[in-house]
Structures are given as structure tokens and as C-alpha cells.
Design a protein around this ligand. Structure first.
Ligand code: GTP
Ligand code: MG
Length: 327
């Protein structure tokens, strides 16, 4: 087959894939599509990787129908094997955005990876928001044209900190601030909408978004869904949000840095009696998970948990006025 013809066919296939939606799956009408969407199964990919049980619970269809829907989604996504070379090529595009502490960067294999979600969880004052500010600056040190997006749910974005970190990094503070797009998220629905809007920044406004920060990921969800009865609904929404963020990370090769609070876990008697909010939903969607705690002499300690390719370990660092640095 000539190369030109092959290219045309690939383009046609891509077009077809673009046009296919959840509603094109067998037995999925508008009502079922709505129910699936509410639970986070709004894309063919989300359905293709779901289990029949999850779809049954989300949409109320029978198990046989759910299996059929998943099979059709898998066919549509042409989910098969890629060669190791293809994966390697994708990995070569991954950037590592360093923060100010080389200890933390080494822990992460060179920096915070693009194309991935990095979840940073820890108690209040452990440095989650400070790292967020640092990344918004450091990505611009690496690439002066980089844009950082800051979705701020707790009103913690501080331009003053950006100015200090910029000076510390030897960058022009005004220019750095100009390349950070900040949006306050007033509730969880608003936060989810803002995550979707990141796509527009890249595709419609042609912005070179390299980092998307969600600080905090879970605060609104935690505040709005109180009590055991609302837990399932909260997790469904959070699942949908995480899928959207994953899609942003994957399609635009962006680092998505999310912060998460910890809560007391009364079932743990030994070790650290805290666990992150959002449980498995957030943990599974995150490629890297960092646990922050306060260390000695005002230091902070970052601990890598659950990484696909790096050894678990710890890195001590300090938050100081002009920078984040090694301890
Ligand atoms: P929560 O959002 O409350 O859960 O905490 P967090 O993990 O986001 O904490 P954050 O990143 O806001 O860290 C706050 C800590 O950073 C403070 O307790 C200070 O130790 C340190 N810090 C913040 N700003 C400055 C600064 O300008 N100079 C110095 N030296 N330290 C700072
Ligand atoms: Mg914070």
C-alpha cells in the first residue's frame, strides 16, 4: 500500500472514531447515556475499561447488555496491543518538570511527569499548595512559553508567592504571572466544568499548557457530600472528574497536579493513621502519589507511594520565601 493511501485511511479511521459517541453503542439511548455520563462513563474509553458490574450499577442495564456495551466500546476504541516501540515513542514525549528541591525531583525520577496525574496529599501546612505555586513557576523556567493553569477551590492562589518564587528562580515575575491562568472554583460542579474548559485553552486558544493544578481536588466534594448516604454519589462525581483530568493529561501531554487532604482513619492502629480523601477513585486515577508530612526543624518530607516505575522512597525539603529547596 502506498504511504499516501495508508495515511488517508488512518485519517478516515480517526474521523470515524471522533464521530462515534456513547449513544452509538448498542442499547444505549439518551436516558442510559445520561445515567452513564453522570457516573463518569461519558467517553468510549471510560466504558471500554469498565467492568460489567460498574455499568450495571451506573445505568441500571442488565449484565448481558452491559457486556455487549463494553465489547462494542472496546471494538470502537480498537483496543489492542501496541508494540513496545510505540509506547517508548510516547514516553519520549514525556517531560519532567522539576520543582525547586532536587531531592524531590530525584524521588520522582527527574521531576513531575507530564501526561500523568500527580496526587499530593498530606495534613494542613505540609506544603501541597507551596509545591503547586513552585510548579507554576518552574515549568516556565524550563519553557518560557509554558502556561500553567491553576484551578483554585480554596482561595489559596497567591500572586505574591509567585512573585517571590519567580525572583528566586531568576525569572521576570510579571511575565510569569501573565502565563498563569487562574480560576476560582466555587463548587464541585464548577470545578468539573473548569477541568473540561482546559481543553478549550489548548485547542481553541492554542495555549501551550504544560501544568494544570487543582488545589484542592477534594475540598468541595468533601464539603458538599456529607454523611454515608451521599458517599456513592460523591465517588461517582469524583470518578468523572478524575477521568476528565486524566484525559487532559493524556491528550495534551500535560502534568496534572492535584492536592488532597487527609482524614483520620480509625481502622489503622499502627503507622500513620491518616488516609487521603476520595479513596480508591483518586488513588487509582493518579499515576504518582506523594504523601507529605512535617519533618524535623521545619522541614517537610515527601514520600513516594505507588509509582509504576520508581522505587518508593522519601525526600526531605524546605519551603522558604524565595524557593523550595533541599533540606
Ligand atoms: P492545607 O491547604 O491547609 O491543607 O496545607 P498545604 O499542604 O497546602 O500547606 P501549604 O503549602 O500552604 O504550606 C504552608 C506552609 O508553607 C507554611 O506553614 C509555611 O511553613 C510555608 N510557607 C508558606 N509561605 C511561606 C513563605 O512565604 N516563606 C516561608 N519561609 N515559608 C512559607
Ligand atoms: Mg493548601
Amino acid at each position: 500500500m502506498s504511504e499516501k493511501k495508508e495515511k488517508k485511511e488512518v485519517e478516515q479511521e480517526v474521523e470515524q472514531e471522533k464521530e462515534m459517541t456513547v449513544m452509538d453503542l448498542p442499547g444505549v439511548g439518551p436516558a442510559t447515556a445520561d445515567k452513564l455520563s453522570v457516573s463518569g462513563f461519558e467517553s468510549l474509553m471510560a466504558i471500554a475499561v469498565a467492568t460489567p458490574g460498574e455499568l450495571v450499577e451506573a445505568s441500571g442495564v442488565g449484565e448481558a447488555a452491559a457486556k455487549k456495551i463494553i465489547a462494542a466500546a472496546r471494538t470502537a476504541m480498537r483496543m489492542g496491543f501496541e508494540s513496545g516501540i510505540d509506547i517508548l515513542k510516547k514516553r519520549e514525549k514525556v517531560l519532567k518538570i522539576p520543582c525547586g528541591s532536587s531531592n524531590v525531583n530525584t524521588l520522582l525520577g527527574g521531576g513531575f511527569e507530564t501526561g500523568a496525574i500527580v496526587e499530593c496529599f498530606g495534613e494542613f501546612g505540609s506544603g501541597k499548595t507551596q509545591i503547586a505555586h513552585d510548579l507554576a513557576v518552574q515549568c516556565q523556567k524550563q519553557d518560557p512559553k509554558a502556561i500553567a493553569v491553576f484551578i483554585d477551590s480554596e482561595n489559596t492562589f497567591r500572586p505574591e508567592r509567585i512573585i517571590e518564587f519567580s525572583r528566586g528562580a531568576g525569572l521576570d515575575p510579571e511575565k510569569v504571572l501573565g502565563n498563569i491562568k487562574v480560576a476560582r472554583a466555587y463548587n464541585s460542579d464548577h470545578q468539573m466544568l473548569l477541568a473540561e474548559k482546559v481543553n478549550d485553552l489548548v485547542t481553541k486558544q492554542n495555549l501551550n499548557v504544560k501544568v494544570v493544578i487543582v488545589d484542592s481536588l477534594t475540598a468541595h466534594f468533601r464539603a458538599e457530600f456529607i454523611g454515608r448516604g451521599t458517599l456513592a454519589e460523591r465517588q461517582q462525581k469524583l470518578n468523572k472528574h478524575m477521568h476528565e483530568l486524566l484525559r487532559v493529561a493524556d491528550t495534551h501531554n500535560v502534568l496534572v497536579y492535584v492536592t488532597n487532604q487527609v482524614m483520620a482513619d480509625p481502622s489503622v492502629f499502627f503507622g500513620d493513621p491518616t488516609k487521603s480523601v476520595g479513596g480508591n477513585i483518586v488513588a487509582h486515577a493518579s499515576t504518582f502519589r506523594i504523601y507529605l508530612r512535617k519533618g524535623k526543624k521545619g522541614s517537610r518530607v515527601a514520600k513516594l507511594i505507588d509509582s509504576p516505575n520508581l522505587p518508593d522512597g522519601e525526600a526531605p525539603f524546605m519551603v522558604e520565601t524565595p524557593c523550595i529547596r533541599d533540606f
